[in-house]
Design a protein around this ligand. Sequence first.
Ligand code: MRU
Length: 367
Amino acid sequence: MKVDGTHYRSIWREGDSMTVAVIDQTVLPHEFRTRRLQHLDDAVSAIRDMVVRGAPLIGATAAYGLCLALDRERSDAAIAAASEALFQARPTAVNLAWALAEMSAALLPLPEAERLDAAWARADAIAEDDVETCAAIGRHGQDFIAEAWRAKGESGRVEILTHCNAGWLATVDWGTALAPIYRAHDAGIPVHVWVDETRPRNQGASLTTWELKSHGVPHTLVVDNAGGHLMQAGHVDLCITGTDRTAANGDVCNKIGTYLKALAAHDNQVPFYVALPYSTIDWDLATGVGTVPIEERAAEEVTHFTGRDASGELVRVALAPEETPAANHAFDVTPARLVTALITERGTCPASTAGLADLYPERRGRT
Ligand code: MRU
């Protein structure tokens, strides 16, 4: 996607060099800053500290992180140690484990002398594949928006609610939940997006607004608690979110607060779609409720807030009395029964074991 007229991806290689660059998502929307990842530790800390975030981008960063590690040592033990360090960086997005497994499968059968080149080639392929996958999600998801537009008699605009950031910043390009929105907008369907702020790290307020503004998509930022009211008042035609881990039965684990939006959508008969690449499906999990490990992050993310003051400085302020105990569960699981349909690169399907198995027959019976 474009930033001030220049095409960017969220992660890229600097020429043919063994350096990877990313957009520093911790300072957006206030600053557009890129960062170089030159060592394994740079990739680990970029994932852990959320310089990069979003399930598919975490996976691509892990793949490149392994390349950076191999630059120094290429033994089986070195690959296992680097994979473990990357795996431990964040627990919820299954793309991380998926990308590391893809890398190991490509590298371990090779002699050590061939592993470095093969690692870069496989990591580049994972990144390229994510771009194509998300573009396909956009094409399939656009149909639901077009359908909503027709249902409104092609008048007004299609009102869409989204949570967190599942746009191009969360993937390598295009995004998952936002890809259908970009496609519909580009195709001339008038859309308007209600953007949840997504406390406590505010990926909606900081990142989704920035993306949509950069692409010229009409949007309005709302507090996390507004979704129920907006749906009840008839201001939302459909919801689309992403997912960090999808169980084989269609339960979806996504940013904390997604479940509440799905409940409100269900109560108000608003379609609730979830967009995902195949790399987000955890075929080893038959169901998601109670089984997906949920990341718990620092209490300070809840008790404090970072923003830009009138002088342009980034400042951190306290919201709660000093030493207030705070819990920070970063994800929740929405049961499949609340999901109207899943939008994948292969097409759309019911959020169910049969629905996913029909789209991915090679995985049928895996759980
Ligand atoms: O904590 P984050 O910002 O990494 O969480 C990201 C999300 O929850 C996204 O919705 C999810 O990764 C799907 S993105 C394509």
